[in-house]
Design a binder for this molecule. Structure first.
Ligand code: FAD
Length: 304
């Protein structure tokens, strides 16, 4: 099965861009900010919140990082103009973290400062492990000035429970996810159940501390266990929300919403949709396989 999946993933990598585009539609709001706004309005009309992510992969210099930040500033303006139930998610390397920590700090400072003025919030996504410490440092520095900034922890990292214990003292607003990057087994759990165990242990230590957490997963087992934990610990609804990626497990999304829990969808948009789509497709070869089947049978191409 793994071999088949690997083959599918390799095929995805050489898929022509327009083909990936057709099948990636459900994972991305579109190329333009107005596409994202329209989609968020649809979600909001169902009582579902959003977090907007301006797609952009790697930046090469400070000018590009500054440009990326300016796009994010515009997103904050547009959220307010359109009265959207949405906040902003950012990738720290896009803000320049891989070039210069102080520069990245100044950039994100501007975003969080602007968000503060309009009563909004900035979530700092967590990238791969070379940036874990730097990202936590960035967050800690911002936390000295602002309360409207949050961090992401990845349950697959062996360090995560300890990070949560330390960060709990800062009144941290978390998103807890499994983690999406390929990390060495020296620092990351590889076993599915181990990752789930780490997720639940970390979730519990966060919930017990009274800090806010975005429970970001499509794993039904984890969602059910979270429900159970929330009830058992008697956690008030103002202390957590569920989060999912656009286009993934919409049935579960609607169930959580119908159960009366707050749910937020991660809405990526922008011209750099291709790299993002390839990442999503590689993450779920089952979907890639489905795509290939469609391509080769030339069926249902336009219906997705
Ligand atoms: C809101 C949000 C923000 C995130 N932010 C970050 C971040 O900052 N840093 C980071 O490293 N990771 C981030 N992630 C990704 C996360 O780490 C996981 O890689 C991803 O959510 C898959 O893990 P899962 O918990 O859904 O469990 P899985 O066991 O991977 O998935 C459970 C089920 O969900 C479905 N599913 C999952 N992924 C997909 C997909 N791409 N397409 C279709 N179906 C799918 C499948 O049915 C699968 O069986 C984020 C995820 C979410 C939901």
């Amino acid at each position: 099965m793994t071999l088949i999946n690997d083959a599918i993933v390799s095929a995805v990598k050489i898929m022509p861009k327009p083909v990936v585009g057709i099948f990636s539609k459900k994972y991305i709001a579109g190329e333009k900010l107005e596409d994202a706004v329209n989609l968020v309005k649809q979600l909001n009309s169902k009582g579902i919140y959003a977090t907007l992510d301006v797609l952009g992969e790697s930046i090469k210099n400070k000018d590009e990082a500054s440009e990326a930040k300016n796009k994010c500033l515009i997103v904050l303006d547009v959220i307010i103009e359109n009265n959207l139930m949405a906040n902003l998610s950012i990738k720290p390397t896009q803000m320049g973290l891989s070039i210069d920590e102080d520069f990245a700090y100044e950039q994100v400072y501007q975003l969080v400062e602007k968000a503060k003025k309009i009563n909004n919030f900035v979530r700092i996504d967590m990238e791969d492990s070379p940036y874990t410490d730097k990202t936590i440092r960035l967050f800690q520095r911002l936390k000295e000035h602002f309360d409207n900034v949050g961090l992401v922890l990845q349950a697959y990292l062996k360090r995560t429970f300890d990070d949560a214990v330390i960060l709990n003292k800062l009144n941290t607003n978390y998103r807890l996810c499994k983690g999406i990057y390929i990390e060495p087994s020296s620092i990351a759990y590889k076993n599915k159940q181990k990752i789930r165990d780490s997720y639940l242990e970390t979730l519990q230590v966060i919930l017990k501390s009274g800090n806010y957490v975005g429970i970001a997963t499509h794993d039904e087992f984890l969602i059910n266990e979270s429900y159970r934990m929330i009830k058992e610990l008697n956690i008030p609804k103002e202390k957590f929300e569920f989060q999912m990626l656009l286009g993934v497990r919409e049935d579960l999304r609607d169930k959580i919403n119908a159960d009366g829990y707050k749910i937020r969808i991660y809405v990526p948009f922008g011209e750099d949709w291709y790299a993002y789509s390839i990442r999503r497709l590689k993450e779920n070869p089952q979907i890639a396989g489905y795509i290939l089947k469609n391509i080769f049978s030339f069926k249902n191409v336009n219906s997705h």
